[in-house]
Design a binder for this molecule. Sequence first.
Ligand code: SIN
Length: 458
Amino acid sequence: MSATFAVMSPATGRSVADAPDNGPAEAKAAIAKAVTAFETWRRTTAYERSAILRAWATRMLASDADLARLMAQEMGKPVTEARGEVRYAVSFVEWYAEEAKRVYGETVPSQAAHKRILVQPQPVGPVYAITPWNFPAAMITRKAAPALAAGCSVILKPAEQSPLTAIRLAELWVEAGGPADVFQVLPTSDPVALSGVFFDDPAIRKLSFTGSTEVGVKLAAQSAKTMKRVSLELGGHAPFLIFADADVDRAVSEVAASKFRNAGQTCVCANRIYVHDAVHDAFVERFSAVVSALRVGDPLDEATQVGPLVDAQGHEKVRAHVDDALARGARAVVGGKGGEGLHFQPTVLTGVSRGMRILEEETFGPVAPIIRFSEDEDAVRQANDTPFGLAAYLWTRDLSRAFRVAEALDYGIVGVNDGLPSAAQAPFGGVKMSGVGREGGKWGIEEYLDLKFISIAL
Ligand code: SIN
């Protein structure tokens, strides 16, 4: 295959490298290889798969500087943050290298004296995985590691904006002793044409997708044609509730860490910050000081904390949300404007209220909208008043309130005095329009296993 497409740097606007441009013919060839490879891979022992996964993790760690540089170049993540992402990506591979050995079956008592009932997990089959640009390494390992550990073969389509990290991860897999046809990466500039081949082919038994709710709904419908299993990690609109008894200083630093991680381009970052009247002014003052001090700049510079947004479309959406809020009466206490190129100034908005776009849609940018509240119940009601249900956060020193609110929040993930809860051993995923299925922990591997019931009459 000779076709390629240019991968553009959001920081410079220039091409970083060319990536192979795969189309339907390459997709068909990849499926044929994945089907054959699955028959061999599923028969390896969990110990063999575990050893390869561990070797993969070791190679990723040894390449952390290279991988971080690729991420900074292709999608603009500050290089120090990108090294953190490499460790996060590795944590999934390490976890599933161990979890491969703990895929237990069960025996169930029979109603008949001469029968025995066995329940045996088995890999679902070849998997098609679609990953986003915002975590070019970790979203790949969060899908591929459990699938490979379970005995599935995987074909992965990375986002058009970030194929270079994905290609490097596939090379490291092979260097680690992983069979090339068991984990294939297929970049493309035309995802609709490429993906169509996978949705039509009954040999692909599972779709795992991370991306927008709009696209996820379409892919679920397309997967139904061949009755594939699906895991969908979709959009979020995370509320942060800061109650009257919160530790304001800790809330300030954790909200800032959550909100400005990856320039606000994460599905779980703070999108709506509800602050109780009693601490509102103190919070705004200290938070604004922290946000004003953030260093915006070149993602390859070690000192940069906030890089550019990924593309012009993303930048335009952030600008439109801020302009809409300002036009409807919000105030920009910090920032409020675009910066050089695709940068957007880290922004704090106060006086945000219902009816503004920023409270209804995922912004995916470095903008922190603050909403004042006086009644706890009203804040929880507003927090739940959204079609999304991925992550929510609350700050309080009162244990009863912490439980009451955590249980009332209609979300898949709740951080209590914790702005960064994601961890390889915990279930990541949402309810409502934020998706189906879980990634991470013992639950993540179940998404790649079918149960076979074997009934034995003696
Ligand atoms: C995401 O934005 O989808 C991933 C964030 C995380 O894993 O913490």
